[in-house]
Design a protein around this ligand. Sequence first.
Ligand code: FE2
Ligand code: FE2
Length: 165
Amino acid sequence: MPPYLPAAVLQHEHAPLLDTLRRILVALVDGSLDVAQAGHLLLREQLLDHAGREERDLLPHLPPDARWPARVYIAEHHHIATLLLDAAERVNGHPAYVGDAETRLRLLDAHHVLRHVLEHHFAREEQGLFVEVREDQCPPAGSATVSRGFPPSPAQGPGGGDHVG
Ligand SMILES: [Fe+2]
Ligand SMILES: [Fe+2]
């Protein structure tokens, strides 16, 4: 059985996480707010799981001279969770489908900072955390399924909603 390498597994999950966010944005452009709301719930679940494993399996093994200390990553996890909650709350209260272009644009704009911060956080981890942590010091643990229950995007086709990190 191959060893569990948490940094490699977690880095592999970034693309599917960003894809979940992209599909939320596409749903907003389409006016399908019920799909966007389902995406918010899924992304929240995925990010909780992903960030939890980073904090459990990687951050305790950062070397003392790491480029960014653990508290930076943890603060960003909290910030991202708050931004996602705020964006989701902006969508809640609207009908399942919205045809008005101005409303769609306003809801799309409400996700701009979330997207920026999430992409920046992933880039930081890929430059710092994932390359600095000593994999051989990490405890063995199970990998996790990243994406469940979100309808596949048209570009992915059937079954494309399942991403294993
Ligand atoms: Fe993270
Ligand atoms: Fe990450």
